[in-house]
Design a protein around this ligand. Structure first.
Ligand SMILES: [Zn+2]
Length: 174
Protein backbone atom coordinates (compact mmCIF):
# COMPACT_ATOMS: atom_id res chain seq x y z
CA UNK A 1 0.00 0.00 0.00
CA UNK A 2 1.19 3.48 -0.85
CA UNK A 3 1.88 5.82 2.05
CA UNK A 4 -0.79 8.47 1.40
CA UNK A 5 -0.18 10.09 4.78
CA UNK A 6 3.44 10.75 3.88
CA UNK A 7 2.42 12.46 0.64
CA UNK A 8 -0.19 14.63 2.34
CA UNK A 9 2.25 15.49 5.15
CA UNK A 10 4.73 16.63 2.52
CA UNK A 11 2.14 18.79 0.73
CA UNK A 12 1.11 20.26 4.10
CA UNK A 13 4.64 21.44 4.94
CA UNK A 14 3.27 24.77 3.73
CA UNK A 15 0.25 26.32 5.38
CA UNK A 16 -1.08 28.79 2.82
CA UNK A 17 -3.42 30.60 5.23
CA UNK A 18 -0.77 31.09 7.92
CA UNK A 19 1.89 31.73 5.25
CA UNK A 20 4.28 29.31 6.97
CA UNK A 21 6.60 26.93 5.17
CA UNK A 22 8.67 24.23 6.89
CA UNK A 23 10.89 23.49 3.91
CA UNK A 24 11.45 26.88 2.31
CA UNK A 25 15.10 26.77 3.40
CA UNK A 26 17.70 24.00 3.09
CA UNK A 27 17.87 23.34 6.82
CA UNK A 28 14.13 22.91 7.14
CA UNK A 29 14.08 20.55 4.18
CA UNK A 30 16.85 18.36 5.66
CA UNK A 31 15.02 18.38 9.00
CA UNK A 32 11.70 17.31 7.46
CA UNK A 33 13.26 14.55 5.34
CA UNK A 34 15.27 13.23 8.31
CA UNK A 35 12.21 13.32 10.56
CA UNK A 36 10.34 11.17 8.03
CA UNK A 37 13.26 8.73 7.64
CA UNK A 38 13.82 9.68 4.03
CA UNK A 39 17.37 10.83 4.61
CA UNK A 40 20.29 9.14 6.33
CA UNK A 41 23.32 10.74 7.82
CA UNK A 42 24.30 14.36 7.91
CA UNK A 43 23.29 16.02 4.67
CA UNK A 44 23.36 19.51 3.43
CA UNK A 45 20.66 21.08 1.27
CA UNK A 46 21.20 24.20 -0.75
CA UNK A 47 18.61 26.93 -1.17
CA UNK A 48 18.16 25.60 -4.68
CA UNK A 49 17.34 22.13 -3.30
CA UNK A 50 14.72 23.80 -1.09
CA UNK A 51 13.28 25.72 -4.04
CA UNK A 52 13.08 22.49 -6.05
CA UNK A 53 11.35 20.72 -3.17
CA UNK A 54 8.80 23.54 -2.87
CA UNK A 55 8.14 23.36 -6.63
CA UNK A 56 7.56 19.59 -6.35
CA UNK A 57 5.23 20.15 -3.40
CA UNK A 58 3.14 22.73 -5.26
CA UNK A 59 3.00 20.49 -8.37
CA UNK A 60 1.68 17.68 -6.17
CA UNK A 61 -0.86 20.09 -4.65
CA UNK A 62 -2.11 20.88 -8.16
CA UNK A 63 -2.63 17.17 -8.87
CA UNK A 64 -4.48 16.81 -5.57
CA UNK A 65 -6.72 19.73 -6.54
CA UNK A 66 -7.39 17.95 -9.84
CA UNK A 67 -8.40 14.89 -7.77
CA UNK A 68 -10.99 17.18 -6.16
CA UNK A 69 -12.52 18.16 -9.50
CA UNK A 70 -10.66 21.44 -9.92
CA UNK A 71 -9.27 22.34 -13.31
CA UNK A 72 -5.48 22.72 -13.15
CA UNK A 73 -2.55 22.79 -15.54
CA UNK A 74 -1.75 19.07 -15.48
CA UNK A 75 1.03 19.35 -18.07
CA UNK A 76 2.92 21.92 -16.07
CA UNK A 77 2.60 20.02 -12.79
CA UNK A 78 3.61 16.76 -14.47
CA UNK A 79 6.67 18.37 -16.04
CA UNK A 80 7.88 19.57 -12.61
CA UNK A 81 7.44 16.10 -11.09
CA UNK A 82 9.04 14.45 -14.11
CA UNK A 83 12.09 16.66 -13.79
CA UNK A 84 12.45 15.87 -10.07
CA UNK A 85 12.12 12.14 -10.80
CA UNK A 86 14.80 12.41 -13.48
CA UNK A 87 17.13 14.35 -11.16
CA UNK A 88 16.92 11.59 -8.55
CA UNK A 89 17.19 8.77 -11.10
CA UNK A 90 13.85 7.38 -9.97
CA UNK A 91 13.56 3.89 -11.43
CA UNK A 92 10.81 1.30 -11.72
CA UNK A 93 11.55 -1.86 -9.70
CA UNK A 94 9.72 -5.12 -9.20
CA UNK A 95 9.58 -7.04 -5.94
CA UNK A 96 7.24 -9.86 -4.83
CA UNK A 97 5.24 -9.49 -8.03
CA UNK A 98 4.53 -5.83 -7.32
CA UNK A 99 5.80 -2.59 -8.73
CA UNK A 100 7.98 -0.23 -6.77
CA UNK A 101 9.98 2.91 -7.41
CA UNK A 102 13.48 3.59 -6.10
CA UNK A 103 15.74 6.59 -6.53
CA UNK A 104 19.24 5.68 -7.69
CA UNK A 105 20.66 8.84 -6.13
CA UNK A 106 20.97 9.53 -2.43
CA UNK A 107 21.01 12.83 -0.61
CA UNK A 108 18.27 15.41 -0.67
CA UNK A 109 17.07 14.75 -4.22
CA UNK A 110 16.93 11.02 -3.41
CA UNK A 111 14.99 11.70 -0.20
CA UNK A 112 12.54 13.88 -2.06
CA UNK A 113 12.20 11.14 -4.70
CA UNK A 114 11.11 8.71 -1.96
CA UNK A 115 7.99 10.87 -1.64
CA UNK A 116 7.54 10.66 -5.41
CA UNK A 117 8.05 6.87 -5.14
CA UNK A 118 4.95 6.75 -2.92
CA UNK A 119 3.08 8.88 -5.47
CA UNK A 120 4.03 6.32 -8.14
CA UNK A 121 2.87 3.48 -5.93
CA UNK A 122 -0.43 5.25 -5.19
CA UNK A 123 -1.04 5.84 -8.88
CA UNK A 124 -0.27 2.16 -9.56
CA UNK A 125 -2.50 0.75 -6.81
CA UNK A 126 -5.42 3.12 -7.45
CA UNK A 127 -5.35 4.78 -4.02
CA UNK A 128 -4.13 8.03 -5.59
CA UNK A 129 -7.67 9.33 -6.20
CA UNK A 130 -8.31 9.38 -2.43
CA UNK A 131 -5.67 12.07 -2.03
CA UNK A 132 -7.14 15.54 -2.46
CA UNK A 133 -6.47 19.17 -1.74
CA UNK A 134 -9.21 21.24 -0.08
CA UNK A 135 -11.52 22.98 -2.53
CA UNK A 136 -11.14 26.26 -0.67
CA UNK A 137 -8.89 28.43 -2.77
CA UNK A 138 -7.17 29.99 0.21
CA UNK A 139 -6.70 26.67 2.06
CA UNK A 140 -5.70 23.92 -0.42
CA UNK A 141 -4.76 21.66 2.47
CA UNK A 142 -4.03 18.04 1.52
CA UNK A 143 -6.15 15.25 3.01
CA UNK A 144 -6.98 11.60 2.45
CA UNK A 145 -10.64 11.07 1.53
CA UNK A 146 -11.73 7.92 3.37
CA UNK A 147 -15.40 8.28 2.37
CA UNK A 148 -16.56 5.23 0.46
CA UNK A 149 -17.83 7.28 -2.51
CA UNK A 150 -14.86 9.67 -2.34
CA UNK A 151 -17.24 12.63 -2.02
CA UNK A 152 -15.29 14.70 0.48
CA UNK A 153 -14.42 18.18 -0.81
CA UNK A 154 -13.11 20.09 2.20
CA UNK A 155 -10.22 19.50 4.58
CA UNK A 156 -12.72 20.21 7.34
CA UNK A 157 -16.48 20.71 6.99
CA UNK A 158 -16.46 22.85 10.15
CA UNK A 159 -13.90 25.30 8.81
CA UNK A 160 -13.68 25.39 5.02
CA UNK A 161 -17.01 23.75 4.22
CA UNK A 162 -19.04 26.18 6.34
CA UNK A 163 -17.00 29.15 5.23
CA UNK A 164 -17.70 28.27 1.61
CA UNK A 165 -21.40 27.79 2.34
CA UNK A 166 -21.52 31.23 3.96
CA UNK A 167 -19.74 32.70 0.95
CA UNK A 168 -22.21 31.13 -1.49
CA UNK A 169 -25.07 32.34 0.70
CA UNK A 170 -23.73 35.90 0.75
CA UNK A 171 -23.16 35.88 -3.00
CA UNK A 172 -26.69 34.66 -3.60
CA UNK A 173 -28.20 37.30 -1.36
CA UNK A 174 -26.00 40.21 -2.33
ZN1 LIG B 1 -9.61 23.62 3.81
Amino acid sequence: MADLELISAFVNTADLEDATDEIEHGRGLVHWLTQHRLLQGPTYATERDAANACAVREALRELLRANNGIEVDLDRASATLDEAARRAGLAVRFHDGAIGFRPTRSGVSGGLALVLAEVGKAMADGSWRKLKACRSDTCRYAFVDHARNRSRQWCSMEVCGNREKARTFRARHA
